[in-house]
Design a protein around this ligand. Structure first.
Ligand SMILES: C[S@@+](CC[C@H](N)C(=O)[O-])C[C@H]1O[C@@H](n2cnc3c(N)ncnc32)[C@H](O)[C@@H]1O
Length: 329
């Protein structure tokens, strides 16, 4: 069974024009202009991100592929029910999860896969690819387009099945501490005592490696895509040729921060906001942040937010961790 459902509310592709406009107004009127990275993930943005995850320099994806390949058995051992839900928050193209799905099918495990993402294009393509790759199988897939928690609610509400929730990639790294706190609180409230969360986390490493991971030409295309989206959906008149991207590790915030720099003095009009925004030459607008911290700090994040760490799955260089958590009692 393969199906896709669109949830009623949420961010990103299903953000109403008003939500999108408010977020952009708020971000561009800050003293230091800053827009949240989820704005980049419309259908085209998700496609560019998929290409980024295939780059060898983009260590988070390369390391996580290695972890999933080497630890698929350890992950399967978390299942102790006849049938379970495999729920993926912010699945994107689900390329790493497909390794797990193959393994679970080989092991004859009985599960229902629910990828949830705000990008309708990403969810639709993922469901279609799985359907093409697995004709005539028992695989059940329901793709949900919308916000993480809208999706989770529809699955866990009246379901007593064990849930294995995947939150792969660097999405937890991308949250500041208040956002991570409220995200983990909502997640904790959605999970039962037999459920597991497998969450990805990119660990602090040599800043030179962080620099090369976040400065490929594709990263620039990905960040500049945000301007295309604002032009298309809010009637803005950004000229992408007048901006350049750079990402760097900032030791005072402990995050890799990505900026679009205005290469000249310029005024951008946004029709939907009926407003002009002035950019000084070389003014920076932040478009992404990815916090990097140590394993101990990540464990503290789990414990302080009501989780118990069950185990850590590492890549061979210990650059990245997929950590298994349960709700603490
Ligand atoms: C950094 S990407 C990671 C994608 C994938 N998990 C991976 O590891 O390659 C973050 C994903 O989360 C999705 N996303 C961001 N905010 C979301 C939200 N509030 N609800 C659902 N999906 C969201 C984005 O569209 C994007 O596909």
């Amino acid at each position: 069974m393969f199906e896709t459902k669109i949830l009623q509310s949420g961010q990103g592709s299903f953000t109403t024009k008003e939500q999108l406009a408010n977020t952009v107004r708020e971000g561009l009127t800050l003293k230091n202009k800053c827009l949240p990275s989820w704005l980049i993930f419309d259908n085209a943005g998700s496609e560019i991100f998929k290409k980024i995850t295939e780059l060898a320099e983009y260590l988070p994806a390369a390391c996580e592929f290695e972890i999933i390949r080497n630890h698929k058995n350890d992950i399967a051992k978390l299942i102790n029910s006849d049938t379970f839900n495999l729920i993926e928050l912010g699945s994107g193209d689900g390329c790493k999860t497909r390794i797990l799905i193959e393994h679970f099918l080989d092991q004859k495990l009985n599960f229902h896969y629910f990828p949830i993402d705000i990008s309708n294009g990403a969810v639709t393509n993922l469901v279609r690819t799985l359907e093409d790759d697995h004709p005539n199988t028992s695989l059940k897939v329901t793709g949900l387009t919308g916000d993480y928690f809208e999706g989770l609610k529809t699955i866990t509400q009246d379901d007593s099945k064990q849930n294995l929730v995947l939150f792969l990639g660097v999405t937890l790294n991308n949250m500041d501490s208040d956002t991570a706190k409220s995200f983990l609180k909502s997640l904790r409230e959605s999970l039962g005592p037999k459920d597991y969360l497998l969450t990805g986390f990119d660990l602090m490493k040599n800043p030179k490696l962080l620099y090369s991971a976040y400065n490929d030409a594709l990263f620039e295309e990905f960040n500049l895509h945000l301007l295309d989206r604002l032009n298309e959906e809010l009637g803005a008149n950004f000229n992408k040729k007048h901006f350049v991207q750079q990402g760097q590790y900032n030791p005072s915030t402990r995050a890799v921060e990505s900026y679009l720099y205005s290469t000249r003095d310029q005024t951008v009009h946004i029709k939907a906001l009926n407003k002009d925004f002035y950019f000084k030459a070389w003014e920076a607008m932040q478009t992404e942040q990815s916090f990097k911290c140590t394993l101990e700090e990540m464990e503290t994040l789990a414990v302080e937010n009501g989780f118990e760490v069950v185990e850590h799955l590492f890549d061979s260089r210990k650059y990245f961790v997929d950590s298994v958590w349960k709700v603490a009692h």
